[in-house]
Design a protein around this ligand. Sequence first.
Ligand code: GDP
Length: 304
Amino acid sequence: ENLNKGLAKTKESVFKKLSRAVVGKSTVDDDVLDELEEVLITSDVGVDTTLKIIERIEERVAQDKFLGTSELNRILKEEIAALLEENNKGDYDAYQLPKSEYPYVIMVVGVNGVGKTTTIGKLAHQFKNAGKKVMLGAADTFRAAAVDQLIIWSERVGVPVVNQGMGADPASVAFETLTKAKEEGSDVVIIDTAGRLHNKINLMNELSKIKRVMDRVIPGAPNEILLILDGSTGQNAFEQAKQFTKATEVNALAITKLDGTAKGGVVIGVSDQFKVPVKYIGIGEGMEDLQVFNRNEFVASLFD
Ligand code: GDP
């Protein structure tokens, strides 16, 4: 189905590298493990996470000296699923919100171009489909294009958007959006923010100001700080995750553009390294091309 299609490039690349790694070998030995390490690192899993996976596989080799290379796919699948489980617990329905008298507030962060606006549009669509009343807030007021794009998505999906134009104070947009959402009894609010990483102190100050204002309107808001990463950028995605998790309390990830890339290993590494669950993955440009992340389906579409 869609997920398999979305991850096809990563799968093809991992398969090719894996079969090269085991050529002429019937059991998993040190050479195969060395090759495997390279396969994972070059698939953008990240060095730290790769070493963890290799260690787990070494343990299995220690238990079974004649572990066949034909078993390698299955074992990788099991070990990666187990690793993902640490930060991505059970399967949940992301569109069923916790019961509350207030709207559920999602603050979306990430650098420009990663697919922030598109992901917000897709999310709005999915929440609406799940019967939720959605409100958007255009607090990325730094770029005219961001405000315009969000308005276009709001029209396409058919949900309201609060917008004070380009250059407005993002905290003021957040205040108005949450106030309106509370008045109108919205179920979920999704706020876009500007992603200027080049000025870390500014970014931190701006995000904490927006959060402070949100919390004043709705106690505990934002419920979710969703960081959007472009999966096709490989190591840049790791660097952005590092910066944003330092700047604010990121508690969910959406990894986009997995359809066009062989770098899908990012999903495994980022989640492990930053101890943040991957909540959504983007596998195309259309409204339907956002999936709730499920670790078992993810590894199955890579290794089955
Ligand atoms: P923003 O600057 O972060 O708001 O980025 P946009 O939402 O404008 O997206 C930038 C480009 O990436 C657009 O052309 C989107 O259609 C595209 N895009 C976003 N998500 C995905 C995805 O999951 N797959 C693909 N193939 N393209 C995507």
